[in-house]
Design a binder for this molecule. Structure first.
Ligand code: DP6
Length: 303
């Protein structure tokens, strides 16, 4: 039977950036995300014919490092004497480009294992398992979700029809993984303590703005939180940046939309691509305006 499990990408409005504990994985600050239903990974598991575990993304067999990473995770929650498997994944999200392919990939993998090995876990258990694979993936199980410092994951209600598009600056694999980058920032960035303080305040403020349907405040917090996260990389030792020249161009375009009365806000993750947050009702106008000045690829992420 051709049954794939689907995992969705999510983009944080308030970022998870640093682990307070690795086992179990606990974030330093509460974080909150929006799920992007058009960016997903589909995964199925079959019995391996080669007698070895195998892992494919978009029909491409993955090398030893990628295989080891995924199998170490799979072994944490599947039967000890399991048979060798072939993991077959397809990404609509460019892999490892800071477009949250790890959150969609991990969610799809956890669901596929649950199905193949008949683990019969509850959603709550699957959420717990997922964050041990990739912290941010625990938020993909809900349209809007928060992940708190005590490890709990909560569904967040929102009456606004929030939507996102991605201005693709670079689809290539990022040079440094978010895991390694956040670890470097925790250990060496002189602005890390300020980040944690700021992010904790931002989280409270965004909950308030969500409760009041205050899109302007949600957008402003989203932008300033992303900039605060990226500034920790500038003060790391050695300093680094995920952003490229065109990331700055994309941010300027978003700002100029606002000066034309079109409300849109930007956010960036562990890569150069710029995600634009807006109200769905404004999508057409925003898209048309951006098309006039942005010559690279655009991905509309919400239905
Ligand atoms: C910048 O979830 O990829 O996207 O837990 O080490 O797998 P690990 O990290 P990961 O980090 C995501 C970081 C981020 C911000 C966010 O999604 O909140």
């Amino acid at each position: 039977m051709d049954s794939y499990s689907i995992g969705y990408a999510n983009i944080a409005l308030i970022k998870y950036w640093g682990k307070k504990s690795k086992d179990p994985v606990l974030p330093y600050n509460p974080n909150l995300s929006l799920r992007l239903d058009k960016l997903y990974t589909k995964t199925k598991i079959e019995k391996s014919e080669s007698g070895q575990d195998e892992f494919y993304i978009n029909d491409e067999r993955q090398g030893a490092d990628e295989l080891k990473k995924i199998i170490t995770f799979v072994n944490k929650f599947t039967p000890e004497n399991r048979e060798k498997i072939k993991i077959i994944s397809y990404n609509t999200v460019p892999t490892a480009a800071g477009l949250s392919s790890s959150s969609s990939g991990t969610m799809a993998l956890v669901l596929a294992c649950n199905e193949y090995f008949r683990l019969e876990k509850s959603t709550e258990d699957l959420v717990k398992i997922a964050k041990e694979g990739s912290g941010s993936s625990c938020r993909s199980f809900y349209k809007m979700a928060s992940w708190l410092e005590d490890g709990s994951v909560h569904e967040i209600k929102c009456d606004l029809d929030l939507a996102m598009m991605v201005l693709v600056v670079n689809e290539g694999r990022k040079k440094i993984s978010s895991r390694k980058a956040m670890e470097d920032c925790v250990q060496t960035s002189s602005s890390y303590a300020d980040w944690v303080k700021q992010a904790r305040q931002d989280y409270k403020a965004i909950l308030d703005a969500l409760a009041k349907n205050d899109f302007t405040k949600i957008g402003k917090l989203t932008e300033s939180n992303a900039l605060a996260m990226h500034s920790t990389t500038k003060y790391a030792n050695p300093p680094f940046s995920f952003l490229e020249e065109d990331s700055y161009l994309a941010m300027d375009i978003v700002k100029s939309l606002r000066s034309k009365g079109l409300e849109a806000y930007f956010t960036m993750d562990a890569g150069p691509n710029v995600k634009v947050l807006y109200l769905k009702e404004n999508q057409k106008k925003i898209y048309e305006e951006i098309l006039k000045v942005w010559k690279k690829k655009i991905i509309l992420c919400t239905e």
